[in-house]
Write a protein that binds this ligand. Sequence first.
Ligand SMILES: N[C@@H](CCC(=O)N[C@@H](CSS)C(=O)NCC(=O)O)C(=O)O
Ligand SMILES: [Fe+2]
Length: 277
Amino acid sequence: MLRFRCIQLFTSPFEAPFIQSFKPHTSISCAQMGSYSTTSSSAQNSPKLVFRQLFEKESSTYTYLLADASHPQKPALLIDPVDKTADRDLALVKELGLKIIYAINTHVHADHVTGSGLIKTKFPGVKSIISKASNAKADLFVEPGDKIYFGDIFLEVRATPGHTLGCVSYVTGDGPNQPQPRMAFTGDALLIRGCGRTDFQIFTLPKDTLLYPAHDYKGFTVSTVGEEMLYNPRLSKDKETFKNIMQNLNLSYPKMMDVAVPANMVCGLQETKSEAC
Ligand SMILES: N[C@@H](CCC(=O)N[C@@H](CSS)C(=O)NCC(=O)O)C(=O)O
Ligand SMILES: [Fe+2]
C-alpha cells in the first residue's frame, strides 16, 4: 500500500516545508566532491545541483551545502552544520546567491554542537530537520522514505541505524531530472574506510553512489559504495569479525559529549530550549 504524506504543500516546494513520504519506500538517486555543480544531460530544464563539502577541523566534521541553481530562488540546505562554522557557511551561501531554507542533521551529534539553532536565529525562515526517531527537537521531523525537496531536487531519507538513536542518511533522488551519480550523506553510520557503527543499508545503493560521511580522521573526502564494499576494513569483514572490531575500538569519550548531546537535542541552543528549534 502506498501512503503519501506531504507537510504544508505550497505553490512551490522550496517556499515552505515540503516533505513527501512514500511508503513503501521508493528508490531514489546525484554529484561529486569538493566544489561541484552538475546538470543532468537528458533534459534542458533539469535541475542544476550546486554542491560544496565544508570542513570543521576541531571535530573533523563535514558539513554539506546543496542547492538547486536552476530554480529562480536557488533554494539551498546545509547537512550537519557546526555552530563554530555556521557564519562561514552562511557567508558562502550569500556569496553564491543562494537562499538557505533547511538546516538538516543526520543525527544528534556527540562531538560538536549543531549549527541549526544559530542559523535559525540569523535566518528565521530556515527550518531545522532531524529524524523523528532521534527524539530531538526541530521544526520538521523526517522518517525513512520521506523526500526533502529544495527546488526540483530532493533528498530521500534512509534509515541507517546503529550509531545513534534514529540516525539517518540523506540520499539524492534517482528520478529522471535528478543529478547523477547518486550521493549519500551518511552521517556517522559509514565513514570512509570506517564507520561510527554499521549500516548495511547503504550497501544496497548502486556501486557508483558517492559517499559523503559526517567525519573524516584520515584526510579522505569522498568514496563510493563499491570502494567501501571492497576496502572498508570493518564492513568488508564477516559479522563476527565486525562485532569483534567494534567491541574493541577503545575510543575515548568525546570531549564535547556532555555539552554537545544536550544542546543538539534542542537544535544547538541549549539556553533558549525549544524556542530556537
Ligand atoms: N575524539 C573525538 C571523538 C571521536 C569519535 O568518537 N568519533 C565518532 C564519531 S563523532 S560521534 C566515531 O564514531 N568514530 C569512529 C571511529 O572509528 O573513529 C572527540 O573527542 O570528539
Ligand atoms: Fe556521531
